[in-house]
Design a protein around this ligand. Structure first.
Ligand code: PGA
Length: 273
């Protein structure tokens, strides 16, 4: 008798999670980083179009280097593959040597931009406040930011993962309206799992994703938080994609190494459906 109401409650909760999950279409994105010439990019994208043209269940995104965006854009224009950029200036134009503005990306039909990747936080010393400026600039140009957060191994071992990720979320998404928040993607990428072959377990990832959603709910209310897609990134491969993607708060993947190969990126997507 005692257990019946509790079980029923759990069932209702589980059902709710499934329904909410279905509301959020998976977004699986490739981050090509500083790889691929134009010719190599075209070769990869042609294979991807061939392998993935029938996929409707998942939103597919590729993020080639800036130099290949123009040519790749022509190949994906009438396909189900969307284009992302790996970075963008917080400024809209002017005397900023070496920078790329949102309007320049829009010329190539770029729909998303990866911001605050841990490699940029580390090597270019990007701060939360810079990332939030970039996110606002992206929204002003109707480009959806994919804002990356994640703890280092040292931080995880010190037990401060939630503190670190929570403060990155608050800082990097500062100033966004709730409407903009709904159109923002968050990528949880534990630094220790990027390019190392060490994936967070589905359980570890789910815990942080649920925490991120609770922080978003604190900032914007739960109905907004439930709209936001939270991707997992860090050594995602065909063998672990299904388990990760089936977690209630994991809404896609940001894939580095495995997105450089048409077969493995396609398998990640096909295994996630
Ligand atoms: P990885 O990179 O898949 O090679 O670990 C992920 C990322 O940096 O986005």
């Amino acid at each position: 008798m005692r257990f019946f109401p509790i079980d029923r409650e759990n069932n209702v909760l589980n059902l709710k999670k499934v329904v909410m999950k279905k509301d959020r279409k998976l977004l699986i994105a490739g981050n090509w980083k500083m790889n691929k010439t134009v010719a190599e990019s075209l070769d990869l994208v042609q294979q991807l179009v061939r392998e993935l043209h029938q996929v409707k269940e998942v939103d597919i995104l590729i993020s080639p280097p800036f130099t290949a965006l123009g040519e790749v854009s022509k190949k994906v224009i009438e396909t189900n593959i969307r284009l992302g950029a790996q970075n963008m200036s917080e400024h809209t134009g002017g005397a900023y040597t070496g920078e790329i503005a949102a309007e320049m990306l829009k010329e190539f039909l770029v729909r998303y931009v990866i911001l605050g990747h841990s490699e940029r936080r580390q090597h270019q010393e990007e701060s939360d406040s810079l990332i939030s400026k970039k996110a606002l600039t992206a929204h002003a140009a109707s480009i959806r930011p994919i804002v990356c957060v994640g703890e280092t191994l040292e931080q995880r071992e010190a037990g401060v993962t939630n503190d670190v990720v929570g403060s990155q979320i608050k800082g990097s998404l500062a100033g966004l309206t709730s409407e903009q928040m709904e159109e923002t993607v968050v990528a949880y990428e534990p630094v220790w799992a990027i390019g190392t072959g060490k994936t967070a377990t589905a359980e570890q990832a789910q815990q942080v994703h649920a925490f991120i959603r609770s922080v978003l709910a604190e900032l914007h209310g739960s109905s907004v938080a439930n709209q936001v897609r939270i991707q997992y990134g860090g050594s995602v491969k065909p063998a672990n994609a299904r388990e990760l993607m089936s977690q209630p708060d994991i809404d896609g993947a940001l894939v580095g190494g495995a997105s450089l190969d048409a077969k493995s990126f396609s398998e990640i997507i096909l295994n996630s459906i």
